[in-house]
Each structure stands twice: as structure tokens, then as C-alpha cells.
Write a protein that binds this ligand. Structure first.
Ligand code: TRP
Length: 336
């Protein structure tokens, strides 16, 4: 019975294409959580419009992101897969939490600073209050754990601060969420162009990232171009960040340890190794890509999943919403 389960919530923007870093470091592990937790995975289209979007593209990518979640192994029977804008509580609680989030706190968010530098012609209020909406996503479901990458840690900290502040003012209302750090496969995948930097889906250098949906020949080509280190040995060490990253990726896709990989490629050069990593990656992603293709062609089915997810999420959000409405002093909702 899910009511006894602790809650996991995560969101992904329907913008940019997810990378093997998102896959290995996050999504691939998500399917295992449903045994232990009540899991919500949300396509956050309301967050996406903080930067200007082409509406037709946004709509298409919303379907695609849902399909990709499922292709990566998230079962809609075992998880709540839904679209943020289909559940009005997100925007509603987002507004309320705006009023419990300080200007100074938001000004310190490094992602806001980065994004406003990149979008100097469109520094809108939504971009600024984005973390309060993210806090609403999380707090709406009384979330205990949020699987997040390092880039979202500061936003999660803010969500905790807002929850604590609200609880202090109004009495216990929200569960204060914790980051969920994956212990089994904490694969931190680095950029193929600058292996001391995390692989990022928004990297402008296409050769830095491998996307989950990249075709096989593109994957192999990108690994061929991957930056390696001086020397020629296939060995994991701190002074060989490029090779070490490739070994982590190889290990994540094949299950081989660093020692096994070192043995396998003893006496061989970077060229052979990079080809093997590319092939292992392409082989592992092939079934995900095939499933994605099948799902994306079936819009009607995706809409059924959206409906089911929105129904469950909306239902579950009502308890928090009515509690919050009461606490802040809104009058009872008239029944239409
Ligand atoms: N801000 C997150 C990102 O850009 C996406 C997101 C929105 C999210 N709401 C969330 C992540 C709630 C975790 C929990 O990656």
C-alpha cells in the first residue's frame, strides 16, 4: 500500500536532450526505487517556459520526455509519471511559496546567475522564482527524498529552508526533503571534451556529450573524439581524468570493474579502447532507443499515461493543498 511508503520525487525539463550522464547517474536507477518508495516523476513543462520556447517544440518534447522515461525502464504502473502543467497544485503552491521565499535567497542561486547571463534579453520573474516552483513540486507530495545531481543541490537546500520556514510559522505542514544519493551506482559521468567537468545536457560543444538518443554511428564517433590523457595505458588514476571517465562509462554499461578493464586492454592503445567503449554504449542504448521509437509513435498511449499520472498526482496533491490553504488563511473553496 503506497500510503505507508516514503515519497521520492524528481523532475526533468522537456528541453535539451538527456545524456548518458543523466541515464547512468540518475534515470537508470529510478526504476529500482519503486519497490521501496512511492515515486513521482514529473515532466516539468512549467519550468521550461522560464526560457523562451517554441510552443510546438515544447509540446513535442513533453511527449518525448515521457516516452524516454518509460523507455529507460520506468513502469507507469509502478510509478506516477505525469506532466507538471496537468496538475494545478504545482502553480498554485508555487505562488504561495513565492511568498515564503526571500529575494535574497533567490538572488544567491548560481543557476539564476548563469541563466540570466545566458538569457540577458529575457531575465523574467519566472526565471528568478524558479526554485520556489521547484520547492512546490517537491513539497506538494510530502516528498522525503529527491534524487538530484550536484547542479540541483542548491535548489534542494532552498526547498528545505522554505519548508522549515513555513513549518515554523504555521506549524507542521511539510516533510523536509533530503537528497537521495545513489550508493550502488554513483556513476558521475564527465564531459568527453573536458573530463574534469560534469557532462551537461546543455553543453554547447556537441562532442562533449553523448545523448541517450544519439544514433550508433554518432555515439562511436563521439567516443573516438573523446579527450584522453598523455601516455598510452588504459589505467584509472587521478592524473588520467579522460581515460578514467571512459573506464567509468565502460564499467557502467558492461558491469566490468576498473581492474577487469585494465586487464582486458593491457598492451592495447586508446584507439581500441575508445571503440570498445563506443560499442558498449551503443549496444546498451539500442533497446532503450527502440522502445522510445515505439512509444513516441503511439501518441494515444502516451496520452493515456499522462491522464493516469495526472489523476493520481492531482488526487495525492489535494491533501497538502487543502492543508496549506487552511494554514495561510484562505477561505474554504466554494464547491462549484
Ligand atoms: N530544476 C530541475 C532541473 O533543471 C528540474 C526540476 C524541477 C526538479 N522540479 C524538480 C528536480 C523537483 C527534482 C525535483 O534539472
Amino acid at each position: 500500500m503506497y500510503k505507508d511508503k516514503k515519497v521520492v520525487f524528481s523532475g526533468v525539463q522537456p528541453s535539451g536532450q538527456l545524456t548518458i550522464g543523466n541515464y547512468l547517474g540518475a534515470i537508470k536507477n529510478f526504476s529500482a526505487y519503486s519497490e521501496e518508495y512511492r515515486c513521482y516523476y514529473c515532466v516539468v513543462d512549467e519550468h521550461a517556459i522560464t526560457v523562451r520556447q517554441n510552443p510546438a517544440d515544447l509540446r513535442r518534447r513533453t511527449y518525448e520526455t515521457l516516452a524516454l522515461y518509460m523507455a529507460c525502464g520506468l513502469d507507469p504502473e509502478k510509478n506516477v509519471l505525469f506532466v507538471q502543467s496537468h496538475v494545478s497544485g504545482h502553480a498554485e503552491l508555487g505562488w504561495i511559496l513565492d511568498c515564503y521565499t526571500m529575494f535574497g535567497e533567490l538572488s544567491r542561486m548560481t543557476q539564476f546567475k548563469d541563466k540570466s547571463a545566458k538569457n540577458a534579453d529575457n531575465i523574467n520573474a519566472g526565471l528568478f522564482t524558479y526554485p520556489a516552483l521547484m520547492a512546490a513540486d517537491i513539497l506538494l507530495y510530502q516528498t522525503e527524498f529527491v534524487p538530484v545531481g550536484s547542479d540541483q543541490k542548491q535548489h534542494l537546500e532552498l526547498a528545505r529552508d522554505v519548508a522549515e520556514r513555513f513549518n515554523r510559522i504555521h506549524g507542521d505542514t511539510f516533510v523536509v526533503p533530503e537528497p537521495l544519493i545513489n550508493s550502488t551506482s554513483s556513476a558521475r559521468i564527465m564531459s568527453l571534451a573536458e573530463p574534469t567537468k560534469k557532462m551537461s545536457k546543455s553543453d554547447e560543444n556537441e562532442n562533449a556529450t553523448v545523448r541517450i538518443l544519439d544514433p550508433r554511428d554518432v555515439i562511436i564517433k563521439k567516443f573516438k573524439r573523446a579527450v584522453t590523457d598523455s601516455g598510452s595505458e588504459i589505467r584509472a588514476s587521478e592524473d588520467k581524468p579522460g581515460v578514467t571517465n571512459l573506464m567509468s562509462i565502460y564499467g557502467a554499461f558492461t558491469g566490468k570493474s576498473f581492474e577487469e578493464t585494465e586487464r582486458e586492454f593491457e598492451g592495447k592503445g586508446y584507439g581500441d579502447f575508445k571503440l570498445a567503449v563506443g560499442e558498449a554504449c551503443a549496444d546498451a542504448l539500442a533497446p532503450v532507443q527502440a522502445e522510445f521509437k515505439r512509444l513516441v509513435a503511439d501518441k494515444k498511449y502516451l496520452e493515456e499515461i499522462m491522464l493516469k499520472g495526472a489523476r493520481e498526482a492531482a488526487h495525492d496533491s489535494l491533501r497538502t493543498m487543502s492543508k496549506v490553504r487552511r494554514k495561510v488563511g484562505f477561505t474554504e473553496m466554494p464547491r462549484f
